[in-house]
Ligand binder design. Structure first.
Ligand SMILES: O=P(O)(O)OC[C@H]1O[C@](O)(COP(=O)(O)O)[C@@H](O)[C@@H]1O
Ligand SMILES: [Mg+2]
Ligand SMILES: [Mg+2]
Length: 298
């Protein structure tokens, strides 16, 4: 029995991807409503060895059930699962999700996100296989940014209108002037190259803005111009963020907005990860700044 509904909204002009993003919009609203009751930690750790909140589990299960029900979705992988869940009937797209990004912000009531990657082959694979990506930001409002790799649009998704959304920014691009930077990791753990890169940015009067949720920090860079990094660390050369679920999809969106994404030594998409939960250092934002960071690292 087919469970595929015609998409209600034109997100990227491709019906099967649009249907995926319809489900993301609807499910994200439910996830947001469910957050207050799901702040506590549950037992165990995720495949990256991190503590898991009830909200992480809930969001993962809901997105998995809803997205895998689409005919076009052949597999669902997420930060919270050891391996991808596949659909017996197959499907042209392979999804990789960070169901709740920045969930350590739940207790302090700071922003969080959801990151959705649409790949044309099963993950792990290189970001060159992304056909579209989206992220939801649970901030003062719930917004959703979508990209097909060419353009980036931002919507408010609390709208009761016909399509359950309202266009906020069409063809979003990074501003030419940069004002913010956000680098993760403890300063004492930064390598000499990372420290030199940050000194260079500060000398250029860039202002630190770091909130501990990737999507929220990246939205500041997309809005005010600048650079975000979760860099290589002395004791963690791969940094913290995961290639398939976090670095590649967000880099894909930033590049479509006219920016650049790097692993510090070259284009991020040159990496072909061999592990699903593989981490990678990531530097993204205005191309000129990412180039300058790379120059300090090499
Ligand atoms: O606490 P730190 O080291 O600053 O790390 C913050 C980073 O970790 C993350 O919270 C990791 O994401 P998850 O919450 O999905 O594990 C990012 O959102 C954020 O950029
Ligand atoms: Mg995350
Ligand atoms: Mg997460």
């Amino acid at each position: 029995m087919s469970k595929q509904l015609p998409p209600s909204a034109d997100w990227v002009g491709h019906p099967t991807v649009d249907a995926v993003f319809d489900v993301v919009r609807d499910t994200a609203s439910e996830v947001r409503e469910a957050l207050p009751e799901r702040r506590a930690y549950v037992e165990g750790h995720n495949p990256s060895g991190e503590k898991v909140r009830a909200a992480d589990e809930y969001a993962d299960e809901l997105f998995c059930e809803r997205l895998l029900a689409l005919d076009s979705v052949g597999s669902y992988a997420s930060e919270e699962r050891q391996s991808a869940q596949t659909d017996d009937d197959g499907g042209e797209y392979h999804l990789a999700l960070d169901p709740l990004d920045g969930s350590s912000n739940l207790t302090s009531n700071n922003p969080m996100g959801t990151i959705v990657s649409v790949y044309d082959e099963p993950v792990p694979t290189t970001g060159d296989h992304l056909v579209a990506a989206a992220f939801v930001l649970y901030g003062p409002n719930t917004t959703m940014v979508v990209s097909d790799g060419d353009t980036v649009d931002e919507y408010l998704i609390e709208d009761d209108g016909d399509e359950g959304r309202k266009l906020l920014r069409e063809g979003l691009t990074l501003p030419d002037d940069s004002t913010v930077y956000a680098f993760g990791g403890r300063r004492p753990d930064w390598t000499d190259g990372v420290t030199a890169a940050v000194e260079d940015l500060e000398a250029d009067r860039l202002k630190l803005r770091y909130g501990g949720a990737f999507i929220a920090d990246v939205m500041q860079v997309l809005t005010h111009g600048g650079v975000f990094a979760y860099p290589e660390l002395a004791d963690a050369p791969e940094g913290k963020l995961r290639y398939c679920f976090e670095c590649a999809p967000v880099g894909f969106v930033v590049e479509a907005a006219g920016g650049r994404v790097s692993d510090g030594y070259g284009d991020l998409f040159e990496t072909d990860p061999d592990r699903l939960h593989q981490r990678s250092p990531v530097y993204l934002g205005n191309a000129e700044l990412v180039d300058r960071v790379e120059a300090k690292l090499s």
